[in-house]
Design a protein around this ligand. Sequence first.
Ligand code: PMP
Length: 404
Amino acid sequence: MLDIPAIRSDFPILSRKVYDKDLIYFDNAATTQKPRCVVEKIEADYYNVNANIHRGVHFLSQAATEAHEEARRTVQRFINAGDPKEIVFTRGTTESINLVASTFADACMQPGDEVILSQMEHHSNIVPWQIQAARKGIAVKVVPVTDNGELDMEAFRSLFSGRTRLVSLTHVSNVLGTINPVKEIIAEAHRRQVPVLIDGAQAVPHLRVDVRDLDADFYVFSGHKIYGPTGIGVLYGKEEWLDKLPPYQGGGEMIASVSFEKTTFGELPFKFEAGTPDYIGSTALARALQYVSGLGMDAIAAYEDELLRYATARLQEIEGVRIFGTSPHKGAVLSFLVRDIHPYDMGMLLDRFGVAVRTGHHCAQPLMQRLGVEGTVRASFSFYNTKEEIDVFIDAVKRVAAMF
Ligand code: PMP
């Protein structure tokens, strides 16, 4: 059981007002709010241990290096990776996917080779592959989405060919909330000797993720969606794969030795961390992971599921409501439209009631085309939200609906 009032008091922003109304923050799939311990960690590190890391001989540099590497171990334990060298710090999910797309295409793909994506991907798991498709002449195959918002697994199996080199799919859809059967997907791909990248941006904050149990080859997520700071994220890759891939960017930190005749690259994970790393971000992310671990990922998942079920049932009271994504396996994301009310109108008016939701295509335009809509309204929940907030939200949706 989570102590929700105590949790809410850890998040100062939740007690602020917008337009004289209590803030109801239902935009957690876009970014989550930060607990005091994370913000204080950033302040404390800048005040006490700020120094550029790696190779510094002085006290502060060694302290900062140790903090950054301890943060890597915290991430490793959080997703149950086998070794800290399999954890690469990036700027976020987008950079992690671009890193894999670019280096994997260079090292492991020939013109005519294929990558399998799905119709429910975020643009950040589509566009990097299209860039590589244009550069390298590789083909993108797309798993269709069923009417209730699940991956069409039959079609998925039929997309494999002798040229399939990688599968890259989202764990949880940021629009439909669908939790994809990624363990089964990875096993299917591995049976055909094809590695799998999982976009965990919407999964890691809400579910217990164990990359070794999933047997994922690559798994990526963003710090800011799991109560950590912006600008830091993670690429997990199996050592055997990261070893095969060339560096993504060149510069300081990622080399073993440099001369104009010959440069050699550093060991994992430093080969992929060119330039001064975000060592303040990594330690603050580790603090956020400790915070959610303290609450318990299973308790978080159970409570958020209760919020989702409650909100779904209450939303269905409203005449003319259409919910997008009705899989029985869902994270706490609720996309909907009411009659033909434009999502922007709904979002702007809900905002006046203090309710922050996201509207539009949610960086998933191919999915919008599949659903036959321009956009949706999306409410996405966190463990700090409450049923009382959902009641205010439902009331506000009803009032907006009555205006049209
Ligand atoms: N994938 C999914 C499923 C997402 O929801 C998001 C963020 N909306 C991203 C990728 C991109 O994450 P970021 O912008 O933090 O790189």
